[in-house]
Structure formats: structure tokens, C-alpha cells
Design a binder for this molecule. Structure first.
Ligand code: GTP
Ligand code: MG
Length: 287
């Protein structure tokens, strides 16, 4: 049996969380087309007949973290990457230019003295490509894969390769290993699902000035679960945008989230979702 830890690292939006979800076979990390969707390291356990791998998905590293939240997220990510892992997956997105931000991440990756695999993601996207800008990395990273995390292209051979880097562990030890499947309780997981809908349904500004808190999860009957949650945002203008004309936006966010929570839990969900202004949520929840 093999057992070890793999760290996923890359700039925002390259597809780290999509890759993790696809490997695990269910959504463990939320994803969106907006950068820094992931706000804290997510640990998820993969198991098959070969052994087990703990994957650590990290928030994308911002080139220039201007606001408090992205500064905190960057700090947390830098702490996480210094954890003891057996392998590093450095993921890049060939559809985006190699720029200052990529150089920053590459600089960080270079300093990590660990086995590394370069993963070029989104090969299903055949339009505009900056692939030639990334080719030189293949010299530095002798093991590289071109994959589509979204469509699972070349993910299996990559997984086989990753297992080669995992230390041999006596199977008795592997079984004793009682790592939780996911480092999130249900309140946090549900708040993440709601936060994902804010990322998907709101414009550019709101996702970064908002968070979601789940206050209560209560079984009303065998089949009906009541969930009370709040979207917190930094000012009243954003609050009005989140509520929308005649409450349409918050309804849309709520309905979308409710459907997914119901699907994930196989229960009917009553979601009591409100919006509040809290200028200090970033200091409180990401300190
Ligand atoms: N076409 C295509 N899109 C992808 C692929 N992988 C991810 N995406 C899309 O890229 C966007 C970002 O994906 P995420 O998985 O959230 O990226 P991330 O690296 O976790 O981003 P952060 O959490 O912000 O650091 C989403 O819209 C995904 O659907 C892929 O292989 N092909
Ligand atoms: Mg992510």
C-alpha cells in the first residue's frame, strides 16, 4: 500500500479545485470562473486499491494582494505549502498569459525542495493558447502532464504517476490512519456551497466583499432539514445588490444553493437565507 500527501499549487483560476473534485468524484471544493474562489486549504482523502492520498487544495496565490482578505489568504497559503508533503502539483493554465503572477508562483514552487509534477490544465480549450510560453517549464519539471481537469483527460495516468511518489506504507498502518474524508463540518460545507452561488451569480465586486455564515441546521422532520444562513457583506450598497429588485437576486442565490444542498444530502431543504451588512467580517472570519 502507498500512502502520502499531495499539495496542489498554482495561481488563481487554473483549475486546482476542479481537479480535486474530479479526482475525489464529488464536489469537495467550490469552483467558479472568478479568481481566489478557494479561501482556505481544503484537505480531501482519495482512496483506492493502491492506497491513499491526502490532497491539499490551496487558494490561488495572488500576484498583488491589495486588500486585507487576499493578503490573509496569501499568508495562509504560504503557511500551508510549507507543510510536509510527498509531492507538489504545480498547475498552470495555458489559456492565460504567463505574467508577473505566474512568475511569483513559480518562484515559490522553485524554493520547495520536494518532488514536483508540472500540470498544464484546460487542454480541452483549443482557442487562444499561450502554451509556447509554458513549454520551457518542461525542462525544469521533467515530469509533466497536459490534462483537462474538467473532462478528466489524462487524469488517470497522472494519478498513477502520483502514486509512484507516495511512500510505501504497511497496510495495517494505512487502515489505522483515520484522516477525515474532508476537513469541513456540514455548516462550513453548506456555507461554501452558498458562497459558490454568490461567486457564480454576482458581478466582479460582491464575491470579494462577502462571505456566508450558516447559523443553524435542524432536522424538522425525517425528510426536511431547516437551514438558517446569512450572507455578510461590507456595505449597504452591496447588500442591496445581493437582495436585488423585489428580492429577486437573493431568491435566485437561495434557490440555486437549496437545490444543490438537497441533492448532496438527499433531503428536502428549507433554506432561510438573509443578507446583512457587516464591515468587519473579514477581520472576524479570516483572522
Ligand atoms: N475548459 C476548462 N475549464 C476548466 C478546466 N479546469 C477548470 N476549469 C474552469 O476554470 C475555472 C476555475 O476553476 P477552479 O477549479 O475554481 O480554479 P482554482 O485553481 O481552484 O481557482 P482558485 O480557487 O481561485 O485558486 C472554473 O470556471 C472551471 O470550470 C478545464 O480543464 N477545462
Ligand atoms: Mg480553488
Amino acid at each position: 500500500m502507498r500512502s502520502g500527501k499531495v499539495l496542489l499549487i498554482g495561481r488563481p483560476n487554473v483549475g486546482k479545485s476542479t481537479f480535486l473534485n474530479n479526482l475525489i468524484g464529488q464536489k469537495v471544493a467550490i469552483t467558479s470562473p472568478k479568481p481566489q474562489t478557494t479561501r482556505f486549504p481544503i484537505r480531501a482523502l482519495y482512496q483506492d486499491e493502491r492506497g491513499e492520498i491526502v490532497f491539499v487544495d490551496t487558494p490561488g496565490i495572488f500576484g498583488r494582494a491589495k486588500d486585507l482578505l487576499s493578503k490573509k489568504i496569501n499568508e495562509k497559503t504560504l503557511q500551508t505549502i510549507n507543510e510536509n508533503v510527498d509531492l507538489i502539483i504545480y498547475m498552470v493554465d495555458h489559456t492565460r498569459k504567463r505574467d508577473f503572477e505566474e512568475a511569483k508562483v513559480l518562484g515559490i514552487v522553485r524554493k520547495l525542495i520536494k518532488p514536483k509534477i508540472l500540470v498544464i490544465n484546460k487542454i480541452d480549450r483549443t482557442g487562444k493558447t499561450f502554451l509556447p510560453q509554458y513549454e520551457f517549464l518542461k525542462e525544469e519539471f521533467p515530469v509533466s502532464f497536459e490534462i483537462s481537469a474538467l473532462h478528466s483527460t489524462h487524469v488517470k495516468p497522472l494519478l498513477t504517476k502520483m502514486f509512484e511518489y507516495m511512500p510505501e506504507t504497511p497496510s495495517s498502518k494505512v487502515e489505522e490512519h483515520s484522516y477525515p474524508l474532508l476537513n469541513m463540518d456540514s455548516k462550513n460545507f453548506i456555507s461554501e456551497l452558498i458562497r459558490e452561488k454568490v461567486f457564480l451569480l454576482m458581478g466582479e465586486e460582491i464575491p470579494y466583499t462577502s462571505t456566508v455564515v450558516v447559523d443553524q441546521i435542524k432536522e424538522r422532520t425525517k425528510n426536511l432539514t431547516y437551514i438558517k444562513a446569512r450572507i455578510l457583506t461590507t456595505n449597504d450598497r452591496y447588500k442591496r445588490m445581493l437582495i436585488g429588485a423585489a428580492g429577486r437576486k437573493i431568491k435566485e442565490i437561495g434557490a440555486y444553493a437549496r437545490k444543490e444542498i438537497a441533492l448532496a444530502t438527499s433531503k428536502k431543504i428549507y433554506l432561510d437565507l438573509t443578507v446583512e451588512t457587516d464591515p468587519h467580517w473579514q477581520e472576524i472570519y479570516y483572522s
